[in-house]
Design a protein around this ligand. Structure first.
Ligand SMILES: *[C@@H]1O[C@H](CO)[C@@H](O)[C@H](O)[C@H]1NC(C)=O
Length: 474
């Protein structure tokens, strides 16, 4: 129980219904917003940790679309194998994560060509100059199936268009994306937002193609004009440019490589903290250009190169993920899109179309941030230690607490494929997602089990941040 190795990380959310005059954000459906306040972190053990809610200071405001999901373009090259759009179970699981964004993108988006009439999903297109891997075809049939699924379950769609279609002068060629937009407009597919390209700073290593920031900016301007050609998409938002490294203004964040990381990395507070530096840099760079420009993590997760095999789809993954949700919210990130809804070693939904531990965590996060009336406080904590830690709220000692404590779902511990909520392993009820019920505690300190994380809701509070923050009152 050495003080130096004891951490309890606590974040807090104040549920408010302030009418916020938001910056020029692409947020869809802004009702029921939540203010995010960072509370307390890294306290020595051995005594009850006191968490103080600072209701006078707003760190950030998060909305219903703060957490979304990604679905990798590479899945189209596999003809969406295993992702059965018609599965009731899959539809129920996906629907439970809405509202939110569904971003279809990734490395393969820059070698995907849309051919509406094609029946074969892979073909022999000529690679662009310097390109060292083959393009593949997204068929009209595939595009239709994907759009219908996303729309049916209620996600707001973000499409990442191919930025490596180039004219002989090296400018972006919009022809293929125009075909896709025309096809989509003819069928009234709603597409909330677009991106052009994926991680342009890695084009050299992936495609042997060097793209300058100045050229990318020109490409984006051209894409914006293209969207104007389609009344249905002229007011869709365009996010980017996106980079793998901390450069303006939408970028990824992974903590480490999936090929070399181990389970210990997933509970390492120092690894968690590396995110702060990355975000500080990215926010500073972006805000130097425009202080009001929102910053997104357009594809983010635990480990790059597809995640850590047999770790990033297990209970252990929740520590990094919940910390990331807290740190991103605290630091002012507007939206994060979690890689990946399906596929890789870090899916929210596995190949049998069953939810992984991070699915349940994401679901709980989304439900709790929105599920209470104004004035309630939602706290979430991580106890990465191998022993129990206790905390309390001196401001609210006698208030009722609703506890949602997540621990490993079986004896595999951190490497469990399951997660338990208040001691009961979470499972689907047939094809349906069950209600997630709290444990009620009348008052007093909250005891967090070893290697646990979770949420404590103070539902009856009257904390009203809006009163203190003039600019928030609409
Ligand atoms: C791709 O998947 C769809 C739906 O399962 C199927 O109808 C189609 O035949 C597949 N295409 C190829 C080329 O395998």
């Amino acid at each position: 129980m050495a003080d130096s190795s004891t951490f309890l990380l606590i974040f807090g959310i104040l549920v408010t219904v302030c009418h916020v005059s938001v910056r020029s954000t692409p947020l869809v459906g802004g009702e029921g917003r939540s203010d995010h306040a960072y509370i307390h972190k890294r306290a020595p053990s051995g005594h009850v940790i006191q968490a103080h809610v600072n209701a006078n200071h707003q760190q950030n405001v998060i909305g219903s679309h703060f957490v979304g999901v990604t679905y990798d373009s590479g899945q189209a090259a596999k003809n969406f194998s295993g992702f059965d759009f018609s599965s009731r179970k899959l539809q129920n699981l996906a629907r439970a994560l809405t509202p939110g964004y569904f971003r279809f993108g990734g490395t393969m988006s820059d070698c995907m060509l849309f051919e509406s009439a094609s029946t074969s999903f892979v073909d022999e297109c000529t690679p662009a100059p310097g390109r060292n891997f083959h393009t593949f075809t997204l068929t009209g049939h595939q595009w239709q199936a994907l759009n219908q699924f996303v729309h049916k379950v209620g996600f707001d769609f973000i499409f990442d268009a191919n930025d490596l279609q180039r004219t002989s002068h090296g400018d972006w060629s919009p022809d293929n994306t125009r075909k896709l937009l025309q096809y989509s407009a003819d069928r009234h597919y709603p597409i909330a937002g677009f991106q052009l390209g994926n991680e342009y700073d890695l084009f050299h290593s992936f495609f042997g193609y060097d793209l300058s920031a100045a050229q990318l900016a020109k490409d984006y301007a051209k894409f914006q004009s293209l969207l104007k050609e389609f009344p249905q998409y002229s007011s869709s938002f365009l996010i980017g440019p996106e980079a793998a490294h901390a450069r303006p203004d939408h970028f990824k964040n992974y903590y480490f490589s999936g090929l070399t990381s181990t389970v210990d990395d997933y509970t390492d507070v120092h690894k968690m903290d590396s995110l702060r530096k990355v975000l500080t840099e990215a926010l500073a760079e972006t805000h130097a250009v425009d202080p009001h420009l929102p910053v997104w993590l357009t594809e983010t997760g635990s480990a790059y190169s597809g995640g850590t095999k047999h770790v990033s789809d297990r209970f252990a993954a929740g520590f990094l993920w919940l910390d990331k949700l807290g740190v991103a919210a605290e630091m002012g990130i507007e939206t994060l899109l979690r890689q990946d809804l399906f596929g890789g070693n870090y899916p929210l939904i596995d190949r049998q179309l069953n939810p992984t531990p991070d699915y349940w965590l994401t679901l709980l996060y989304k439900q709790l941030v929105r599920g209470f009336h104004a004035g309630a406080v939602v706290l979430y904590y991580l106890n990465p230690n191998g022993y129990s830690v206790t905390f309390d709220f001196p401001q609210f000692t006698s208030h009722k607490r609703l506890l949602y404590i997540l621990t490993a779902g079986d004896s595999d511990g951190l490497l469990s494929k399951f997660v338990a909520l208040n001691g009961a392993k979470l499972q689907l009820h047939g094809d349906s997602v069950p209600q997630l019920h709290p444990l009620e505690q009348a008052a007093g300190p909250v005891v967090t089990p070893p290697h646990s994380f979770g949420f404590v809701v103070l539902p009856d509070n009257r904390v009203d941040l809006c009163r203190h923050s003039g600019e928030l009152v609409g």
